[in-house]
Design a protein around this ligand. Structure first.
Ligand code: NAP
Length: 395
């Protein structure tokens, strides 16, 4: 596996990147002959779309769900699919719910269930993680770092290839604008701003090490994942949507501030991950699911106006005051992250190597244009998350 060089790693991270000795290499199965797979995170945003994609490939999908029993687990899963408007188009006959928890030994499964599962699956799609920008590394370690050890143990027990969902946040922000490629060095963790990014960096290092020991793995680094480019279904809690909602709540938009995000639709991310996982040549690779362009603050304002919202541009100070004046504003909990992100230049990302693998499968550039943005707005209006532009503008 091609892998970034390990930069200086200090303190708790030096201990946490040690891969346990019981993770040892094996020959994986031909991805095209696999019929049963294991998916974590199916009650989350990306996981719901991965599930749709895996089912579309005719696979039986065993989904790990935190629940007291399988019926409750299935209810959680279907509710999540309903939220993302995926339920109607899906046949759930090929879905098997396994209750458990990625932080627990054997992923929280009884030994018999674990052994039976390990005997069936040929691939693991690991999307579960604690996605929280506000908390520190220490509180994310169990669900993201320790869990990766447990997932790797299952991969070894099953002889299953691990497809690990990482993030472009493992790259350090930097001043120069040359895009980071799939094989560029990541970290070091102490330079990453968010505890979340640190935890994902450590988890990725464990997977890379397992790959070097001969465990078949792929690593996928999506940019900021937005909604389905056709239905608009999206999660509302990411930083930029909260920023958009908060600005609409306050009726103002900050002038001249730094925010550049590589945003990519979830249907592209999930389809690319699954297509790559089915390609025998891709095993051992690192892949980027990113957009060709970053979305900056001016572009977001232009898209909002094209969707019909009227916003007044004000200085960043006035914007902050307007947000802080309303404790119910959706940006209030994220003001610290906003202030921090103002100080750094976000990295840009290249997906040239990834696209070489996808070119034959007919994947097009995952751009967020006016048409795609308007499907997001329409979804959030349907969900009651954003106001209808016609109503707020008094039309
Ligand atoms: N969203 C993005 O923009 C983005 C960008 C790049 C990378 N990623 C990566 O993509 C993956 C999915 O992100 P997401 O946005 O879909 O997150 P999400 O909606 O918060 O979903 C997280 C999933 O992980 C599960 N999970 C958390 N702790 C668990 C535990 N202890 N045991 C079992 N399951 C557990 C959650 O289950 P519960 O429902 O039980 O909590 C949920 O299904 C993550 O690895 C994330 O780092 C996301």
């Amino acid at each position: 596996m091609t892998s970034p060089t390990l930069s200086e790693v200090t303190g708790e991270f030096a201990d946490d990147v040690r891969l346990h000795d019981d993770i040892t290499g094996f020959a994986g199965q031909d991805p095209q002959t696999i019929s049963e797979v294991f998916l974590t995170g199916a009650t989350g945003f990306l996981g719901a779309f991965l599930l749709r994609e895996l089912l579309a490939h005719g696979l039986t999908v065993h989904c790990l769900v935190r629940a007291p029993d399988c019926d409750t687990g299935l209810k959680r899963l279907t509710e999540n699919l309903r939220t993302y408007e995926l339920l109607d188009g899906l046949d759930l006959d090929a879905v098997r719910v396994v209750t458990g928890d990625v932080t627990q030994p054997r992923l929280g499964m009884p030994e018999e269930t674990y052994t039976e599962l390990a005997g069936r699956i040929g691939a693991i799609y690991h999307s579960a993680a604690k996605v929280n920008f506000l908390t520190i590394y220490k509180w994310l370690r169990r669900a993201t770092v320790d869990a990766t050890h447990e997932i790797l143990r299952l991969a070894c027990a099953a002889g299953a290839t691990l497809h690990h969902v990482s993030t472009t946040a493992v790259f350090e922000p930097r001043a120069d604008r040359s895009p980071r490629t799939e094989i560029d060095p990541t970290g070091p963790p102490q330079s990453l701003q968010l505890g979340y990014a640190k935890s994902k960096w450590v988890a990725e290092q464990l997977v890379l090490k397992a790959g070097r020991r001969g465990v078949p793995v792929t690593i996928h680094r999506p940019g900021q994942v937005w909604g389905d480019s056709r239905s608009g279904a999206c999660q509302e809690n990411d930083f930029v949507w909260r920023f958009i909602k908060g600005s609409l709540q306050a009726g103002v938009y900050p002038r001249r501030f730094r925010l550049s995000m590589n945003i990519v639709p979830v249907d592209y991310v999930s389809a690319a991950i699954v297509a790559l996982s089915r390609n025998p040549r891709a095993i051992g690779g690192i892949f980027h699911q990113v957009s060709p362009d970053v979305l900056g603050p001016e572009e977001i304002l232009r898209l909002l106006r094209s969707a019909g919202y009227e916003l007044t541009e004000v200085s960043i100070l006035k914007w902050m005051k307007a947000i802080a004046a309303d404790v119910t504003n959706s940006m209030v909990p994220l003001m610290r992250v906003m202030a921090e992100s103002e100080k750094v230049e976000m990295a840009e990302f290249s997906d040239v190597s990834t696209r070489e693998f996808l070119v034959d499968a007919g994947f097009t550039s995952p751009d967020i244009d006016e048409a795609v943005f308007s499907t997001y707005v329409a979804y959030f209006v349907r969900q009651g998350v954003l106001p209808d532009p016609a109503t707020v503008n008094g039309a």
